[in-house]
Write a protein that binds this ligand. Structure first.
Ligand code: FAD
Ligand code: NAG
Ligand code: NAG
Ligand code: NAG
Ligand code: NAG
Length: 450
């Protein structure tokens, strides 16, 4: 793979100051792991985020995230199993709900289902139930639908998977970190990395108010916004995913809250069991891009620009709702599985577009930058990073120290070449429409009320 030689670790020197850009899953758990690692006891640690915690439009803050070890790729399956054991025991267990995950598919996506199932079984088959018909799926998920939900469906339910209150888990970790009184938390927007083009090195960052933060090592963990600070064309791109929420009654909640999450890999739609009076339906899909022309983040020429997909959220437009197309998909999915919840008098009352940081194959990007000394990148969550909150920081710190876990050496390395985004193979788990541009879809109409 491309140079994984680590400017700091190769000299065996521990940085005296570290700046982490971004306080989501990747940044926050890195800060936590640094604080818990005696090698860094004399290192000053600063974590900056553009918004006060919790960042409401960050990918790590939401009602729920699925926690599952069912991966088609064995290394992630193993790491997820370790993370999940922590969720069950000592990592914010009050925010973890083990109600199972039911994965279904109706078309070519069945391949991913079978591959995941093989891995899940290889880990120990205890609580996995194979589902061979839509009747099986209805029974297991407690679907209200009486008619066919799509003939020939296959799937499985793993009763030892679950979901976590994503904001709850983040708050839990943030509180622990604040209690250590080690990390200097800064609220401010990084405008650019402090690049010295002569020496190809990064000495920290410049904020939008022109102040500088100097650091020996800068860790870029800005999620889907990372591409605004570094040229990540052909490496990472932001894709917007649609989420819709509906208030439900206490009795509906008590019926549904014990059921597994239902994820249909054929269209990417999923429903996480309701909590706190809110039901969530969303799509794990190819998503929307939001091509944006910005100043080239690495060019010495102040007039040079690049066009990259960047997040567009309710912070940019408080009136933002999901496009009509996504609203309809979420509605149809709900009508298909729980018709009584999808009647006109039961609208979605909130919606949101949440941004994945996709890589071409779904692998994270956790690596020193091949060109700039003093820069480490920890991003590329690709829509599956949340579950690793208890463990990813330790992995990142190991990579910083030049001890990338063997299984992930190739997967997390800086890619040898940039691959045009239309040629990305993806991780094989996405359903739904391909190639949508957010502003075009919004142009086709917004929901005045959801
Ligand atoms: C809709 C949706 C559903 C998902 N479902 C699941 C799931 O079921 N299971 C699962 O495991 N994972 C899931 N994921 C993926 C998971 O949530 C992400 O991989 C993870 O949260 C990414 O964390 P992050 O730290 O990279 O990004 P973020 O949480 O977005 O953090 C990046 C931070 O950087 C800050 N930042 C950006 N630019 C700047 C700047 N210029 N200056 C200062 N700060 C800046 C932002 O404010 C933000 O807080 C889902 C993601 C989405 C969007
Ligand atoms: C999953 O999606 C496919 C394709 O849209 C559909 O045929 C099938 O009925 C869906 N299954 C469930 C359980 O929703
Ligand atoms: C950038 O553009 C401005 C306005 O077009 C021009 O005046 C300036 O000379 C340009 N700078 C460089 C470095 O090309
Ligand atoms: C949001 O909607 C309100 C009320 O309709 C309107 O006054 C406002 O201009 C809108 N804001 C944006 C950013 O579009
Ligand atoms: C289901 O899969 C794996 C394999 O059984 C197992 O370790 C786990 O406890 C079960 N639940 C899951 C997958 O989390």
């Amino acid at each position: 793979m491309a140079s994984t030689s680590s400017p700091s670790s190769s000299s065996g020197r521990v940085p005296s100051s570290i700046l982490i850009i971004g306080g989501g899953v990747f940044g926050l758990s890195t800060a936590w792991a640094l604080c818990n690692n005696p090698d860094f006891k004399d290192t000053s640690i600063t974590l900056i985020d553009r918004l006060p915690f919790p960042t409401t439009d960050g990918s790590s803050i939401d009602a729920s995230r699925i926690i599952r070890p069912d991966y088609a790729a064995a290394p992630y399956a193993k790491l997820a199993a370790i993370a999940q054991e922590k969720w069950r025991t000592d990592f914010a267990p009050e925010h973890y709900h083990q109600t199972g995950l039911c994965v279904t598919a109706a078309g070519p996506e069945q391949k991913y289902v079978s591959a995941s199932l093989a891995n899940v079984q290889a880990l120990g088959v205890d609580k996995v139930e194979v589902l061979q018909s839509s009747e099986d799926i209805k029974r297991v998920c407690g679907l209200e639908a009486t008619g066919p939900t799509g003939a020939g469906n296959v799937g499985y339910v793993n009763w030892s998977s679950g979901w976590a209150n994503a904001e709850g888990g983040m708050r839990w970790l943030r509180k622990k970190l604040e209690a250590l009184n080690r990390v200097n938390f800064v609220v401010g927007k990084v405008a650019s990395l402090a690049i010295d083009h002569q020496t190809s090195s990064i000495s920290g960052a410049t904020l939008s108010d022109s102040t500088h933060i100097t650091a020996d090592l800068t860790i870029l963990a800005a999620g889907a916004w990372s591409a605004s600070l570094l040229d990540l064309r052909g490496i990472c791109k932001a894709t917007g995913q649609a989420l819709c929420y509906m208030p439900i009654s206490a009795s509906e909640e008590s019926t549904l809250s014990t059921r597994p999450t239902l994820l249909n890999l054929s269209n990417g739609l999923f429903m996480i069991p309701p909590a706190n009076g809110l039901l969530k339906v969303a799509r794990h899909g190819h998503g929307y891009t939001n091509p944006t022309t910005i100043r080239h983040p690495e060019s010495e020429d102040p007039n040079a620009t690049i066009t990259v997909s960047l997040p567009y959220t309710h912070i940019d437009d408080p009136n933002l709702t999901v496009p009509v197309e996504a609203h309809r998909s979420c509605r149809d999915f709900l009508a298909n599985i729980h018709p009584s919840l999808a009647i006109p008098s039961r609208p979605f009352t909130q919606s949101k577009i949440c941004w994945y940081t996709d890589t071409r194959d779904g692998d994270f990007l956790i690596s020193y930058h091949p060109k700039y000394k003093g820069l480490f990148v920890a991003t590329g969550g690709s829509g599956h990073g949340y579950k690793f909150l208890p463990v990813i920081g330790e992995c990142i710190v190991n990579c910083v120290m030049g001890r990338t876990p063997e299984d992930f050496k190739e997967r997390w390395a800086w890619p040898q070449q940039r691959v045009p985004e239309e040629q990305w193979s993806g991780d094989g788990s996405r359903g739904g429409p391909v190639g949508m541009v957010l502003k075009e879809e919004l142009g086709k109409g917004r929901r005045a009320n959801l």
